[in-house]
Design a protein around this ligand. Structure first.
Ligand SMILES: [Zn+2]
Length: 204
């Protein structure tokens, strides 16, 4: 049975994901063809685990990892840089690119790495998930900085039409500012002057 027989994409092509990162559908390969039978197990990545069923990867469902460092990229890298790094790595760790005599353990590691790289690109290659992830990263950084000073609601903040942001005065004289686009998602806002943080409460 060849890969073509098994791969659903041959019958029902997947719609391209918004990040253009669809690389594989069901990816299946057999190492046994090029090595001693029984030495390696067959590796099967199910559709969905790798692709999130063609929808942008839900950030909430993925483990917390530093997706930038997985791609060997800096968080300030732009999307085309990220894409280049992703393409280089995904080829490097592609199971088909491994020589037939690598030990099974190494193969397994390669596979893990391959999946991880793919996940990283699913998140960072998609504008929506990248934005969410960046925000989450930023908030994690803030959490490490210091305790939350107060809890506020958006209604308690003042709206600034000029720069389309909400702001609140900090007791240091500085301001907590959150722009309109981030206001719905942000949960932590840092003061622009001191190290205090307020938690933004959202109606549930
Ligand atoms: Zn302050």
């Amino acid at each position: 049975m060849g890969c073509e027989d098994l791969c659903p994409s041959k019958r029902t092509p997947l719609s391209p994901s918004p990040c253009g990162a669809v690389i594989l559908c069901v990816f299946m390969f057999t190492l046994e063809e090029r090595s001693e039978p029984g030495k390696f197990r067959n590796y099967v990545i199910r559709e969905g685990s790798l692709l999130g069923q063609g929808t942008p990867m839900a950030l909430e469902q993925t483990p917390k990892k530093d997706w930038y460092s997985i791609l060997g990229a800096d968080p300030s890298a732009n999307v085309s840089d990220l894409k280049q790094k992703y393409q280089k790595l995904i080829l490097l760790y592609h199971p088909d690119k491994q020589s037939a005599d690598v030990p099974a353990g190494t193969m397994e590691e390669c596979m893990q790495k391959f999946i991880e790289i793919d996940q990283a690109w699913k998140i960072l290659g998609n504008e929506e998930t990248k934005k969410k992830y960046d925000l989450q990263r930023h908030e994690d950084e803030l959490r490490n900085v210091g305790p939350v000073d107060a809890q506020v609601r958006l209604e308690e903040m003042s709206w600034n039409q000029g720069d389309e942001s909400f702001s609140l005065s900090c007791r240091c004289g500085g301001k907590y500012i959150v722009c309109k686009d981030e206001a719905q998602e942000a949960t932590l806002i840092s003061c622009d002057t001191c190290s205090l943080i307020v938690e933004l409460l959202h109606q549930s």
